[in-house]
Design a protein around this ligand. Structure first.
Ligand code: HEC
Length: 224
């Protein structure tokens, strides 16, 4: 006689707990968004590797203003972003829109996708859960420590000697120094490149210029 009793309790427990597990949760979704945050911001116009995902719902794919690197595949897909289309995309981007340029394999876990879409919806509605970290803001390269200003670069054999605001030349093996540009409003001032990424203490760094034409003009080849 006890057996059916236990089963009934179990069934009641499952009935009570299943809907709670199934409901999408924006706070959990914010955690899932960490997977996306390396490439996407949720702030309007803040394009990174991928376009800003601000106000994504109801928008046609490939139309975020000011993003210049869409693939033809995404632009021509005719997809309009909704819970359903986002779920398909996030499950397997390559299967939904072959030839797209998003280097992301997909989220096989349906609950994680549901939570993530709930989070994106909450953000669009201006009701994002509080206390969750977003995409970290990019640094303003005009406001770095003056010691991160690059005043000269000399190239000899396989080595760059980068003189910084401290007046010292710091040597880097040529393979460990990267040259980049940042033409955005956050970029460095014209003719005033900066060094980021442990330039003063580490063996690898990046020098960032305001535009490409400055790069070779700034580097002096000389072994004395
Ligand atoms: C490695 C970088 C990267 C990661 C990680 C990434 N994306 Fe993307 N995403 C992109 C790029 C690049 C595009 C543009 C793709 C194209 O044009 O084919 C894109 C496009 C999109 C679009 C279409 C936007 C539009 O304007 O039509 C959505 C939606 C999207 N991503 C959501 C996500 C979500 C959500 C995640 C996290 C689960 C994620 N992405 C992870 C780089 C990334």
């Amino acid at each position: 006689m006890t057996k059916p009793h236990i089963n009934t309790a179990l069934v009641l427990f499952l009935l009570a707990s299943t809907p709670a597990l199934a409901a999408s949760d924006a706070t959990r979704g914010a955690e899932v968004f960490r997977t996306c945050a390396g490439c996407h911001s949720l702030n309007m116009g803040d394009h990174r590797t991928g376009p800003s995902l601000a106000n994504i719902f109801g928008r046609r794919a490939g139309t975020a203003e000011g993003f210049h690197r869409y693939s033809a595949a995404l632009e021509k897909s005719g997809v309009v972003w909704s819970d359903k289309t986002l779920d398909d995309w996030l499950r397997n981007p390559a299967a939904m829109i072959p030839g797209n340029a998003m280097a992301f394999r997909g989220l096989p876990d349906a609950r994680a996708r549901g939570d993530l879409t709930a989070y994106l919806r909450a953000v669009s509605a201006g009701k994002a859960p509080t206390g969750v970290p977003g995409t970290p803001p990019l640094p303003d390269l005009k406001k770095l420590d003056p010691r991160q200003r690059v005043t000269a670069i000399r190239y000899c054999l396989d080595t760059y000697y980068v003189t910084l605001g401290d007046g010292e030349p710091h040597p880097f093996w040529e393979f460990n120094l990267r040259f980049k540009t940042d033409s955005s409003a956050r970029g460095p001032l014209k003719g005033q490149p900066v060094i980021v990424g442990n330039g003063m203490v580490g063996d690898r760094a990046q020098v960032i210029f305001s535009e490409p034409v400055e790069i070779s003009a700034f580097i002096r080849s000389s072994c004395q």
